[in-house]
Design a protein around this ligand. Structure first.
Ligand code: OGA
Ligand code: NI
Length: 353
């Protein structure tokens, strides 16, 4: 794996702050990838499901709601998810303050393609690739043995504590959700956790995305089309600014986030584990002329050093195994080289018969 980026890193936020009147060519997407701002006629009014978790936890009907959301959409919003709303606001606010710090301060945490940990402005190491209109901060959270708080930002003052506090709440939520997802697939409650490699061995990381204002949002994307490589993603979106678009057929639906909701989406590993019953759905982010946007993506992943393949009970004569097993560290390193690539990575594991 490359240890440095193929080109010097340019912070998109600084570029935006210089007041460039046009988007530099590096960020101009080919016509077929440019965003569509309005939902198509047939999708008008379509929304990803919103689940009140009070109607889900421990309720048979709830399992059916979860199942249909994961089969059909690969995405849902959760309300009454149990994560403290004020904590959500405080951690997002702290990250916003971090991105407002001078570039020299943020650069102290500059990341490299080896681990991606730290402050970065590109995904993938392909030379001359078109880049996305965003910066981010990526950090490892689980297993706690790989957690390195000295690589976490030290400013603003409370940010490390807030990351830990938020991380703990979301970890607990993911554990609970893992049981529910397991049952919704017709498995025993702890089966999916076992398949992910067990409670204290699973991985998790946090990526805070910063999407600066953009002079020509119609020409670029904040984050190109991709599916998330891991198990489950819990997204804390910006409280004011929309931007996340989810694939629906040939079009895209812009998510209208419900106040205080968290957005869940299924990653490639869960698509593999569920033998294709649950879908890791493509998504992308659009940017704005006049507004910046912040989001926190918490990725809950399998243990990285064991092969992940379809769960045995989900492989039947009628539904043979669709994917060949792969270790998550290997899978992730392939993605880390290529950067966002739609669903190409998971599709490459399809067994042909
Ligand atoms: C991601 C992602 C969406 C967003 O970080 O993988 O899809 O709204 N983020 O920032
Ligand atoms: Ni994503």
């Amino acid at each position: 794996m490359a240890t440095c980026w193929p080109e010097p890193i340019v912070s998109v936020q600084s570029l935006s702050q210089t007041g460039v009147p046009t988007v530099p060519n590096r960020y101009v997407k080919p016509a077929h990838q440019r965003p569509v701002f309005n939902t198509t006629q047939s999708d008008a009014g379509m929304e990803i499901p919103v689940l009140d978790m009070n109607d889900v936890w421990g309720k048979p009907e709830g399992l059916r709601l979860v199942r249909s959301a994961c089969e059909e959409w690969g995405f849902f919003q959760m309300v009454n998810h149990g994560v403290n709303h004020s904590l959500m606001e405080r951690v997002r606010g702290a990250w916003r303050e971090f991105f407002e710090l001078p570039l020299e301060e943020k650069r102290k945490y500059a990341n490299s393609p080896d681990t991606y940990e730290g402050y970065g402005s590109r995904l993938g190491v392909v030379k001359d690739a078109k880049l996305d209109w965003s910066d981010y901060f990526f950090l490892n959270y689980l297993p706690s043995s790989i957690r390195n708080p000295s690589k976490w930002p030290s400013q603003p003052p409370k940010i490390r504590e807030l990351i830990e506090e938020y991380g703990e709440e979301v970890r607990k939520l993911c554990e609970r959700l893992t049981e529910t997802l397991s049952e919704s697939l017709g498995l025993s409650p702890n089966k999916l956790m076992q398949a992910l490699g067990g409670g204290d061995k699973v991985g998790a990381s946090l990526r805070t995305n910063f999407y600066p204002k953009c002079p020509q949002p119609q020409l670029t994307l904040g984050l190109s089309s991709h599916s998330d490589p891991g198990g489950i993603t819990i997204l804390l979106p910006d409280e004011k600014v929309a931007g996340l678009q989810v694939r629906r057929g040939d079009g895209w639906i812009t998510i209208k986030s419900v106040p205080n909701a968290l957005i869940v989406n299924i990653g490639d590993q869960l698509q593999i584990l569920s033998n294709g019953i649950y879908k890791s759905v493509e998504h992308q982010v659009i940017v704005n002329f006049g507004m910046e946007r912040v989001s926190l993506a918490f990725f809950y992943n399998p243990r990285s050093d064991i092969p992940v393949g379809p769960i045995e009970e989900l492989v039947t004569a009628n539904r043979p195994a669709l994917y060949k097993p792969i270790r998550f560290d290997e899978y992730r390193s392939l993605i880390r080289q290529k950067g966002p690539c739609g669903k190409n990575q998971v599709d490459s594991l399809l067994l042909t018969r």
